[in-house]
Ligand binder design. Structure first.
Ligand code: SAH
Ligand code: SF4
Ligand code: F3S
Length: 469
């Protein structure tokens, strides 16, 4: 048996790709390990979205030089978006690297690794066709007890936001055939998965080029899969968020009331220079429409601070957008030059200190809204899909602390709770079950509550977790 260690950096798409990498290498005898020291093959699945992500990849690759000295047979492979972007250069920069492969080369990875292993070659495969990279769906699925999974429905991006590297490294938008997506989800569900998140850089344009019908049509088909309970998707581009899709939130039972709708900035001037192709007004109108259809809709977003030319007034407009929308949560990033993206050549760059100050101000401004959105759930019942034990840091140090279960609300908020039901008679909590939890406490990143009911599901292991440490 050979051991495979994968370090995944970057977005959910890379998490999905790492699962695909694991599947494609399984027939070659590779099984995944969490122990770097025992690996025969290390794959670094990289991200190029910001300079920091790229540095993270190179610093990890740097560490592997030592490991390779100790384990001479070790194969080091660099995949993902930095691999696609840098290609050959990685081989000359890092002698410990044996293989560089782009996201589109994943289906060929088994053969590439064999050539490295048997012929001792150093290889680069960053061939970037516009076709979708598909794996054989029937093999290599591993049931690792995960109840929620990502499923990529489309690759690449055609939007060319001026700051973004994705269209250059992931290529043109291409959708997977609906039959393959549905088949994949059915296989996942057969293995115990109850929630899927459909992934694409702009899911709204799913299937349009290929004339396979709309994203909403795909959602409706996924909604009909027996045994699947929850559907999420990401990312939706505000310029393409149609009424049709918004209405689907009111119609499809399994579609969770949460949308991640990255806005990037509250200033029209900045949005224009970013080539986002919507205005603040359009964005706000979409939010209003979403809330009209689903008043309980959780809304989250991404922001970039310090985009070239962003003035104090522009930034103030971003802060005031936070007031107007009252997001459930946000992700915020300091603008980072990507040499292939046009904004790298824009003038009026913002210095690092200014970017840091704006990032802090933005996050601080949002804090009260995030907390308020969480507090609004206190006293309410929420349906939680149990994912496992809470990994809350510090819990082990609390002497009285018991392990807590953890899962998410339909609105994607993390809820932790104790097992307090009658263990001898009723069902007990376990991953993969829905539990009704009454929310009692709200924090900034999670909620805490008491379980009121546990779904009855055939095959439940009654009583097993009663005395969980
Ligand atoms: N397709 C998605 C975004 C994918 S990238 C969308 O259009 O919304 C995830 C996030 O990274 C983006 O939303 C943006 O906020 C951030 N990002 C992308 N390029 C960046 C850059 N050059 N510097 C800083 N943040 C960036
Ligand atoms: Fe990047 Fe814009 Fe495409 Fe999102 S939509 S991946 S930000 S180019
Ligand atoms: Fe990063 Fe590539 Fe995803 S650049 S954000 S891993 S598509």
């Amino acid at each position: 048996m050979r051991r495979l260690y994968i370090n995944t950096i970057g977005c959910q798409m890379n998490v999905y790709d790492s699962d695909q990498i694991e599947r494609v290498l399984a027939p070659g005898g590779y099984t995944r390990t969490a122990q770097l020291d025992e690996a025969d093959l290390v794959v670094v699945n990289t991200c190029a979205i910001r300079a920091k992500a790229e540095q993270k990849a190179f610093s990890f690759v740097g560490r592997l030089a030592k490991l390779k000295k100790r384990r001479p047979g070790l194969i080091v492979a660099v995949g993902g978006c930095v691999a696609q972007q840098e290609g050959e250069k990685i081989l000359s920069r890092a002698p410990q690297v044996d293989l560089v492969f782009g996201p589109k080369a994943i289906p060929r990875l088994g053969r590439l690794v064999e050539r490295v292993r048997l012929q001792g070659m150093r290889l680069v495969d960053i061939e970037a066709s516009d076709a979708v990279a598909e794996l054989d769906l029937t093999s290599g699925f591993r049931d690792d007890g995960q109840v929620s999974r990502f499923v990529t429905i489309m690759q690449g991006c055609d939007n060319f936001c001026t700051y973004c590297v994705v269209p250059y490294v992931r290529g043109r938008e291409a959708s997977r055939h609906p039959d393959r997506i549905l088949e994949e989800i059915r296989l996942l569900v057969a293995g115990g998965v109850r929630e899927v998140t459909l992934l694409g850089q702009n899911v709204n344009s799913y299937g349009l080029k290929e004339q396979w019908g709309s994203f909403v049509a795909l959602l409706a088909q996924v909604d009909r899969i027996d045994g699947l309970d929850r559907i999420r998707f990401t990312t939706s581009h505000p310029k393409d968020l149609s009424d049709h899709l918004i209405d689907a939130f009111g119609r499809l039972d399994k579609l969770c009331a949460h949308i991640h709708l990255p806005v990037q900035s509250g200033s029209d001037r900045v949005l224009k220079r970013m080539n986002r192709r919507y205005t603040r007004e359009v964005y706000l109108e979409r939010i209003a429409r979403l809330r009209q259809v689903r008043p309980d809709m959780a809304i989250t977003s991404d922001f970039i601070v310090g985009f070239p030319g962003e003035s104090d007034t522009d930034f103030e407009q971003t802060l005031s957008l936070l007031d107007e929308v009252a997001f459930d949560g946000i992700f915020a990033f300091m603008y980072s030059d990507r040499s292939v993206a046009p904004a790298a050549g824009f003038d009026a760059k913002i210095d690092d200190a200014q970017k840091k100050a704006r990032l802090q101000a933005l996050l601080q401004h949002q804090e009260a809204f995030t907390l308020a959105a969480n507090q609004a759930l206190v006293g309410r019942m929420q349906e939680i899909l149990v994912e496992g034990f809470s990994t809350r840091p510090g819990l082990a140090e609390e002497p009285s602390a018991r392990r807590q279960w953890s899962g998410r609300t339909p609105g994607n908020k993390i809820v932790n709770f104790d097992q307090e039901l009658d263990c001898t008679g009723g069902e007990t909590v376990r991953p993969g079950l829905m539990v009704g939890v009454r929310i009692e406490k709200a924090f900034s990143h999670s909620l805490w509550g008491r379980p009121v009911w546990v779904e009855e599901k055939p095959g439940g292991i009654k009583g097993e977790t009663c005395h969980a440490a």
